[in-house]
Ligand binder design. Structure first.
Ligand code: ADP
Ligand code: GN1
Ligand code: MG
Length: 372
């Protein structure tokens, strides 16, 4: 429990009202520590809030990060109201600290933030119903559309080179060379897979550099569990986890969703025979994402969507492998070899996408024509 110290101090320093009834760890993210707080408010009953301790080793400029989140959520709020939506549920709402800041720094130097809880909605770690995956696609597409005119250059890069796959590859190369935890020998096969696919790392960066793909405001962590789905209507209502919103590529937002949500198994499934990229889920997501983007994607972006899926999956695999080689300092792990299991599922998915490549392209073509 050592890592959760300080949350009581944090609770006292945000503009919450009522009496705290309970506080418990929440969600299954790999990076921040999330807590669900329940308050008893006179006349209102029980009210829930989200409190998060930000991972300052990973997000080492938390003030800039919160400035991004305030700016983007304020902008989204305006767009949502223009469209007659409900800004209390369709975007994250930051709760300020007692001194009016969007974060609180505790006496140990940890950064905390708080959000209004989105009631009557859930996030899912795995696709339970294909319709939910479709809804997540529409939501992430709509996120692109709503932010299409936001001046991307004004956003801070919260993690520089976040989806620069070449840098990720170089980090893997260094980790293999250093082999600080003497693990490289046990993962020769995975290292060989990564090196045999090195070429993939440069594809999207190259297209960005040559301006064949435009730089956009992107979410960059489009896992299914970063969408809140309404419990009654089953509509995707809110995109959450905005830490990595920064300038990026739309095809990466598409791709990261596919690698996580279109897999037939969990990201950390140890039995690789269960892991495949499901073409029905891929098709459903493609349809929803293109619809959600509302014609804002260029022809080149549409053409490169399958590549986004393959590259994001490959990149995530090499990130997990690097972290394994470096002693698991980045992603939270819950068992020995957890990052290695995660790496293996990603590489298995890349292999499977290679087998299904023609089909993946046909599907994108089908919806590209309809979406334009
Ligand atoms: P991480 O970066 O660790 O993934 P998230 O911001 O995604 O953290 O939060 C973790 C989980 O907490 C989410 O998957 C979601 O279930 C829940 N959550 C986060 N924010 C809210 C919110 N405002 N309302 C309700 N649930 C939330
Ligand atoms: C992390 O925070 P979370 O769990 O939504 C990671 C993503 C990875 C993902 C793999 C800031 O996302 O980039 O794709 O794990 N976020 C960060 O599951 O590194
Ligand atoms: Mg998350």
């Amino acid at each position: 429990m050592g890592r959760f110290k300080g949350k009581e101090e944090a609770v006292e320093n945000f503009r919450f009202s009522g009496e705290l009834v309970s506080m418990s760890p929440y969600g299954s993210g790999h990076i921040n520590d999330t807590f669900l707080l329940v308050f008893e408010e006179p006349g209102k009953g029980q009210c829930r809030k989200i409190l998060q301790r930000m991972n300052k080793h990973i997000f080492n400029r938390p003030v800039d990060l919160m400035e991004n989140i305030m700016n983007v959520t304020t902008y989204l709020r305006e767009r949502i109201m223009e469209n007659g939506g409900d800004p209390e549920r369709e975007t994250l709402n930051v709760i300020l600290s007692l001194d009016g800041k969007p974060y609180y720094v505790d006496s140990k130097g940890e950064y905390w933030r708080a959000y209004q809880f989105i009631n009557g909605a859930s996030s899912y770690d795995k696709v339970e119903k294909p319709e939910d995956f479709y809804e997540s696609a529409v939501s992430f597409g709509k996120f692109q559309r709503l932010l299409a005119d936001y001046p991307a250059y004004t956003l801070h890069e919260t993690i520089p080179k976040f989806h620069d796959t070449i840098s990720r590859f170089e980090a893997l190369r260094r980790a293999v060379e250093k082999d600080a935890f003497a693990r490289a020998d046990s993962v020769r096969e995975e290292i060989a897979f990564a090196f045999a696919h090195e070429e993939l790392a440069g594809v999207l960066g190259g297209l960005l550099e040559s301006k064949a793909l435009p730089l956009r405001v992107t979410h960059n962590d489009t896992k299914l569990n970063n969408i809140m789905i309404d419990d009654v209507t089953r509509k995707g209502i809110c995109v959450i986890d905005l830490d990595t919103v920064m300038p990026g590529l739309a095809v990466n937002d598409f791709g990261d969703s596919i690698r996580f949500g279109a897999s037939t198994a969990a990201e950390d499934e140890a039995d690789l025979s269960k892991v495949q990229c499901d073409m029905e889920l891929y098709e459903i997501y493609t349809k929803g994402f293109i619809e959600g983007c509302g014609g804002r994607l260029t022809d080149k972006e549409l053409e490169m969507l399958p590549m986004g899926a393959k590259v994001m999956t490959f990149e995530c695999g090499i990130r997990f492998l690097t972290d394994y080689l470096e002693g698991d300092h980045y992603f939270k792990i819950h068992k020995e070899g957890h990052n290695l299991d995660r790496c293996r599922t990603q590489f298995k998915l890349v292999e499977d996408m290679e087998k299904k490549w023609d089909r993946m392209q046909e599907i994108v073509k089908k919806y590209s024509i309809a979406g334009h």
